[in-house]
Design a protein around this ligand. Structure first.
Ligand SMILES: NCc1[nH]cc(CCC(=O)O)c1CC(=O)O
Length: 316
């Protein structure tokens, strides 16, 4: 039976950006090492097509995933490869996340073509970012910094940096190192101050729920990283309970500890004035409960108010 499964070619649905292709090829290599045949199927998403609007204006739900999910459903591909950070916190009932691949370093970083660029607390540099979380955290910790929109794939953003549309660019280390731009890193933010977005640095593998159980098992064995999986369960439960989505300045990072798993998470108001952040720890089998509990604590501390005012602002 297992033999038959490996005769199947796994069609891997992916976006066409360079980072997405890196992740898809990385997935293909792992599958090949486990004995599967693979094929990449490139699918363009709304997030790739609409580049003149910031993400929170396109609508946060599945901008980078929807078209891939259609392909899964219609049986054009066996799996879809996503940046875990881009996957909505609740996925459709007929689909499932079958694996989370081993996480890269989770930090946010600053890139500049000037190796002497220094990020100081009183800096008044202009930083390119299109993330509400990064913008709000910069306001909190670096009040004199201003930010500029930098939508588009990494290559587009680097071109904007080269054209001096801003002084430096803020990105996730994971994408930067995967693209080989780590030589441009001039600052690495500590992860306890700039807590990353839920899922940052991990690759999530999605499939149809009705895929053959044997095949699913094979995919999981080849691709899932157990420690990352536990952390992502906690972070995604946090995100789901916050009803956040990628356009909300919430953040969550789980880590394995001697005791089990710890999760740090919270939310920051858009003006950076209010930062709510807490840490919970418990046994690994409670990962999801910890994420939910943490979100409820943050919501009760004032997080619900922050969400409400962000939504009201968006509606204007
Ligand atoms: N939608 C943007 C996105 N999705 C995943 C990554 C980076 C790689 C990762 O976090 O896994 C990025 C770019 C960034 O935040 O710098």
């Amino acid at each position: 039976m297992a033999e038959n499964i490996k005769d199947r070619t796994i069609r891997i649905g992916t976006r066409g950006s360079k980072l997405a292709l890196w992740q898809a090829e990385h997935t293909a290599e792992k599958l090949q090492a486990a004995g599967f045949k693979t094929e990449l199927v490139i699918i363009s998403t709304k997030g790739d097509q609409v580049l003149d609007k910031s993400l929170d204006k396109i609508g946060s739900k599945g901008v980078f995933t929807e078209e891939l999910e259609v392909a899964l459903r219609e049986g054009q591909v066996e799996i879809a490869v996503h940046s875990a950070k881009d996957v909505q916190s609740s996925i459709p009932a007929d689909l499932e996340l079958v694996a989370f691949m081993e996480r890269e370093q989770v930090n946010d970083v600053i890139l500049s073509f000037d190796p002497n660029f220094r990020l100081e607390r009183e800096s008044n540099a202009v930083i390119g970012t299109s993330s509400t979380r990064r913008r709000a955290l910069l306001k909190k910790y670096y009040p004199n910094i201003s930010t500029a929109e930098s939508r588009g794939n990494l290559q587009t953003r680097l071109r904007k940096l080269e054209e001096k549309q801003f002084d430096a660019l803020m990105l996730a280390y994971a994408g930067v190192v995967r693209m080989g731009y780590d030589n441009l890193i001039v600052h690495t933010f500590p992860e306890d101050e700039f807590v990353p977005a839920a899922g940052q640095g991990s690759v999530a593998i999605e499939c149809a729920k009705n895929l053959e159980p044997e095949l699913k098992k094979g995919l999981k064995q080849a691709l899932n990283h157990t420690q990352t999986h536990v952390c992502l369960l906690a972070e995604r439960a946090f995100l789901r309970t916050m009803e956040g989505g990628c356009s909300i300045p919430s953040f969550a990072l789980a880590r394995l500890t001697d005791e089990g798993v710890s999760i740090t998470g919270g939310i920051v108001s858009l003006d950076g004035q209010t930062l709510l952040q807490e840490t919970l720890e418990g046994p690994t089998f409670t990962a999801e409960e910890l994420g939910e509990e943490l979100a409820n604590i943050i919501l009760n501390q004032g997080g619900a108010e922050i969400l409400k005012s962000i939504r009201a602002e968006r509606e204007e």
